[in-house]
Design a protein around this ligand. Structure first.
Ligand code: ADP
Ligand code: MG
Length: 618
């Protein structure tokens, strides 16, 4: 078992390396550090004073990629190759996001499966992980430029409601950007740390963090005791934020000027001009009573009074969410000790006032609300760097623990730097019909392919009763107890058969070996993630071919010869790509097969519903 010591926590041979805190936001991202001398957290600013980097990526001509303000300016002109709001896609499948498909102006691949979302730009396919890594790379580059030192280690924040897959995706994005991600921290926890709440060991508090950003609203209720932050509940709306305020202002002006909605939609230049002016007005009104400006040669104005009336329904919605969050936590407003304001949109006076009125206490708003999360991430980074001795007493897992999945990939269950005791579990299933056993191989390390990690143990779960592939529910759970011993258990939930094994993960590993494994994972991140993407594409292709063939076998009578031969050809093409193609070529072939099968698949499904409704079969 390892206590956090400076070298393991930083994973580095150099002692005094900067660890940065990163807020990877939906709208804006930024970096903060603890100043080595005065020990205060501060955000990193460009020479012109800007700290926020818009989370927008533009894929320009000739392979030129830009991130930030430059990319944001291309949003209207080049909607297909300018990517915004990637954070919403992290760890999601198309099925998860399809209800909001109209929101994205770029192409989110609709493969109608449970596999992870991809974005298509020209001939290339990008995962949200790759897209986020472009933003992180830009942040790393800026940080290095400003700090004049290499930046290789970071703490990155995520919303409290992010699940395992979304957190893992964020870690991978960091790795791909050449960053060793020491910890993923919840945004509300970071905000709290920025205000110094939760830093004292004997502090016990219940707090609410109200976060209204550009496109999302989150409220989290946290319980802080002895330096441990427990999320009691979260609530919010993933499509509610400052953008809605801007839209409300645009509509208000459009009505005043007699501009119809049709004209607004068709005249993107006018719309963009009005939108930019609306955001300007909104920002102006957080410190003034009246805004006047000009767009499309029209004189426009907006009073604070009218603005606040326009956004009242949105604010009411956020208060309803606060109410629900409290209810879910089993608390009432009087149980809340502190309220922290986060997100650029909480600069609006009436937002602050409504929240303070609702909770009946003064809210924390002395720090810049769009900077607090990054500042808190820097505080956490400093703790991990070993500069805050009081908080170093926790036991942690120095390397990640996971099992081998299809194609030799490492599926991480317990990320490194997790506090112990720690537990995690995940469900798997069988690949073949009637499969009666499954091999569980346990690995330790940070690499994407298990062959590069350290094998700890292996056992078979046998006696699974015969079922079609995909039906058994095999839950694999990891428990690292307070002594650092790992207990791995596999259980088929439908039948109850189970098997377990105990291992000592640290046995025989020196600190230097741990460090070496960490360094290798960063050095090889790019190849690792490419290898993983290729294996994932191959697996997706195998599954698609399998389901397509099963579908055809079952419904062959409803298909014409042309459809059958087109499908066969597309399958052949996909098979050959699987063998010798790149990940992009495999995805293209998957797309093609999907496009061919979609029309008849829909027709057959409709037919099946009609037949069922007629009572012929069910
Ligand atoms: P996110 O967390 O979604 O990445 P931010 O916390 O940076 O985003 O918030 C961005 C939003 O804050 C934008 O809608 C922006 O217009 C809004 N905003 C920034 N400053 C102000 C202000 N002074 N008054 C009102 N809204 C503001
Ligand atoms: Mg934010």
């Amino acid at each position: 078992m390892a206590k956090i010591s400076i070298n393991i926590a930083t994973g580095s041979l150099q002692q005094k390396e900067m660890i940065v805190g990163i807020d990877l936001g939906t709208t804006n991202s930024l970096v903060a550090v603890i100043h080595p001398e005065n020990k205060n957290p501060s955000v990193l600013k460009e020479f012109d004073g800007t700290a926020l980097v818009p989370s927008v990526i533009n894929f320009g001509n000739g392979g030129f990629v830009s991130v930030g303000d430059m990319a944001k300016n291309k949003l209207i002109e080049e909607p297909q190759n300018t990517i915004f709001s990637v954070k919403r896609l992290m760890g999601k499948s198309y099925k998860d996001v399809k209800d909001y498909a109209g929101f994205y102006t770029y192409k989110v691949i609709d493969d109608n499966t449970d596999s992870l979302v991809k974005v298509q730009v020209g001939e290339k396919f990008y995962s949200p992980i790759e897209l986020s890594s472009y933003i992180l790379k830009e942040l790393k580059k800026r940080a290095e430029h400003i700090l004049k030192t290499p930046v290789n280690k970071a703490v990155i924040t995520v919303p409290a409601y992010f699940n395992d897959a979304q957190r893992q995706a964020t870690r991978d994005a960091g790795k791909l950007a050449g960053l060793d991600v020491l910890r993923i921290v919840n945004e509300p926890t970071a905000a709290s740390l920025a205000y110094g709440i939760g830093l004292k060991k004997d502090e016990i508090k219940t707090i609410a963090v109200y976060d209204l950003g550009g496109g999302t609203f989150d409220v989290s209720i946290l319980r802080i005791a002895a330096g441990i932050f427990e999320v009691l509940s979260t609530n919010g709306d993933t499509y509610l934020g400052g953008d809605d305020f801007d839209r409300a202002i645009v509509n208000y002006w459009a009505e005043k000027l007699g501009i119809t909605q049709e004209r607004l939609i068709s005249d993107s230049k006018l719309l963009q001009e009005l939108r930019l002016l609306a955001e300007k007005a909104k920002i102006h009104l957080s410190t003034n009573d009246l805004f006047t400006g000009k767009a499309d040669s029209h004189q426009l104005e907006l009073s604070k009074f009218d603005f606040e009336k326009l956004i009242l329904p949105y604010i009411q919605q956020t208060i309803n969410c606060c109410n629900n969050a409290l209810k879910d936590a089993g608390l009432s407003v009087k149980d809340i000790d502190e309220v922290i304001m986060v997100g650029g949109s909480t600069r609006v006076q009436s937002v602050k006032k409504s929240v303070a009125d609702y909770f009946g206490i003064q809210v924390h708003d002395s720090l810049n609300p769009d900077e607090v999360v990054a500042l808190g991430a820097a505080v956490q980074a400093d703790i991990l760097a070993g500069n805050n001795k009081d908080l170093l007493l926790l036991d942690i897992t120095p390397l990640s623990l996971g099992i081998e999945t299809m194609g030799g990939l490492m599926d991480m269950l317990i990320p490194r730097n997790s506090k112990i005791p720690s537990k995690a579990s995940r469900q798997y299933t069988t690949q073949k019909d009637g499969q009666s056993g499954i091999r569980i191989s346990v690995y330790q390390g940070e690499r994407d392919l298990v062959r590069d990690n350290r094998k700890l143990a292996e056992f078979n779960l046998t006696g699974i009763p015969g079922m079609p592939a995909g039906l058994p529910k095999i839950e694999v759970s990891f428990l690292v107890n307070a002594d650092g011993i790992l207990l791995v258990k596999a259980k088929e939930l439908r039948s109850g058969v189970e098997q377990s094994i105990e291992v000592k993960p640290q046995y025989g590993l020196t600190d230097a070996e741990v460090e070496n494994m960490l360094l290798e994972s960063v050095t090889n991140a790019k190849q690792d993630i490419q290898a993983r993407a290729l294996v994932e594409a191959q697996t997706e292709a195998t599954q698609l071919i399998d389901t397509t063939q099963k579908f055809i076998d079952k419904n062959s009578e409803f298909m014409n010869e042309q459809e059958k031969s087109d499908t066969e050809n597309a399958i052949l093409e996909l098979r050959s790509m699987m063998e010798k193609g790149s990940k992009d070529q495999i995805h293209s072939a998957i797309e093609k097969l999907n496009e061919i099968s979609r029309p008849y698949a829909e027709r057959v499904m409709d037919q099946a519903i009609v037949t069922a409704l007629k009572g012929k079969s069910i």
